[in-house]
Design a protein. Structure first.
Length: 298
C-alpha cells in the first residue's frame, strides 16, 4: 500500500515539476526581454516571481515557449541577443511599441519562427542576409520603423512567406528579382521607401498575390502591364513613382478582382467591385492598409 502511495506521489511530483517548467535558457531569454525593454513600465507587466505560465502574452507548449505576444504594451529599449535561445518560438509579436536599435542576430536563429511582427517601432539598420535561415517564416512585418539598406536577395528563398510588410521605412536599392519565387505571397507592401529601378517582369506569376502596394518610391521604366491581369489581385497602388506609364482608365475586363487601383493617371479613383471588408484607405497617402489581427490598424 505504501509503495502505491509513493508511486502516486512521484507521479504528481513529476507533473508539477515538468508540465510548468521550461529550459533555463528559455526563461533567461524571457527575463532578458523583460529587462531590456523596461518590463516594469509595460502596460501589462510580468511578475518574475510567479510561474512563467502566468506571464501575459507567453504561450508554452510541451515545456517550450512557442509564442510571445506583447502587442501595444509600451515596450521600450532594445531586443536582447538571447532571444535566439527561444528555439521553439513560432510567433513573436511586439508590434506597436517603441523598441529601438538594430535587429539582433539572435532573431535569425529562430528556425521555427512563422510570424515576426515588429511593425510600428523604432528599429533601425538593415535586414541582414541571416534572415534566410527563417525557412518557416510566413509573415514578415517591419512596417513603420527606420529600417534601411537594400532588400536582401535571399528574401526570395523564404518560400513560405505570405506577407511582406515593409512600408514606411528607409529601404533603398532595387526590388530583388528573387521575389518572384515566393509562390505563396499574398501581400507585398513596400510604400514610402526609397526603392528604385524596374519592377521584375515576372512578378505577375505570383498567382496568390492579393495586395501590391509600392506607392511613393522611385521605381521607374515601364510598368509591367501583365500585373493588371492578375486574377487574385485586389489592391494595386503604384502612384508617386517614376513610371513611364500609360494605363487604360477602364480595365474592368483585364482585372476583375481589383478593389483598389491607384496610379498617377487617376489618383482619385478607387474601384469598388466588392466590399472593402478589412481594407481602408489612408486619406493622406491613399495607401491601402489592412486590419492587424490584434484589432489595431497597421
Amino acid at each position: 500500500m505504501k509503495i502505491k502511495i509513493w508511486r502516486s506521489l512521484l507521479v504528481i511530483l513529476f507533473f508539477t515539476t515538468t508540465t510548468f517548467a521550461i529550459p533555463r535558457a528559455e526563461k533567461k531569454a524571457l527575463i532578458d526581454l523583460y529587462e531590456s525593454t523596461n518590463g516594469e513600465h509595460w502596460k501589462v507587466s510580468w511578475d518574475l516571481s510567479s510561474n512563467v505560465t502566468n506571464w501575459a502574452g507567453v504561450i508554452i507548449e510541451n515545456n517550450h515557449v512557442i509564442s510571445i505576444t506583447l502587442f501595444n504594451n509600451n515596450l521600450t529599449g532594445s531586443l536582447p541577443v538571447s532571444i535566439g535561445n527561444l528555439q521553439n518560438l513560432r510567433i513573436l509579436n511586439l508590434a506597436f511599441n517603441r523598441v529601438e536599435g538594430n535587429l539582433p542576430i539572435g532573431l535569425f536563429q529562430l528556425a521555427n519562427l512563422e510570424v515576426l511582427r515588429l511593425g510600428k517601432n523604432k528599429l533601425q539598420g538593415a535586414i541582414p542576409n541571416e534572415i534566410g535561415a527563417l525557412r518557416k517564416l510566413e509573415h514578415l512585418d517591419l512596417f513603420n520603423n527606420n529600417i534601411s539598406g537594400n532588400l536582401p536577395e535571399i528574401l526570395g528563398s523564404l518560400e513560405n512567406l505570405k506577407v511582406i510588410s515593409l512600408s514606411n521605412n528607409n529601404l533603398e536599392g532595387e526590388l530583388p528579382v528573387s521575389i518572384i519565387n515566393l509562390s505563396k505571397l499574398e501581400r507585398l507592401e513596400l510604400s514610402e521607401n526609397n526603392l528604385k529601378g524596374d519592377i521584375p517582369q515576372n512578378i505577375s506569376t505570383l498567382k496568390s498575390l492579393k495586395t501590391l502596394v509600392i506607392a511613393d518610391n522611385y521605381f521607374s521604366s515601364k510598368f509591367p502591364s501583365e500585373i493588371l491581369k492578375m486574377k487574385n489581385l485586389e489592391v494595386l497602388q503604384i502612384q508617386k513613382n517614376d513610371f513611364e506609364i500609360h494605363l487604360v482608365t477602364d480595365f474592368s475586363s483585364a482585372a476583375s478582382s481589383l478593389v483598389v487601383f491607384d496610379f498617377d493617371g487617376n489618383t482619385n479613383t478607387s474601384y469598388n467591385k466588392r466590399n472593402l471588408k478589412d481594407l481602408y484607405l489612408d486619406s493622406n497617402t491613399r495607401t491601402a492598409k489592412t486590419k492587424f489581427e490584434d484589432g489595431e490598424d497597421n
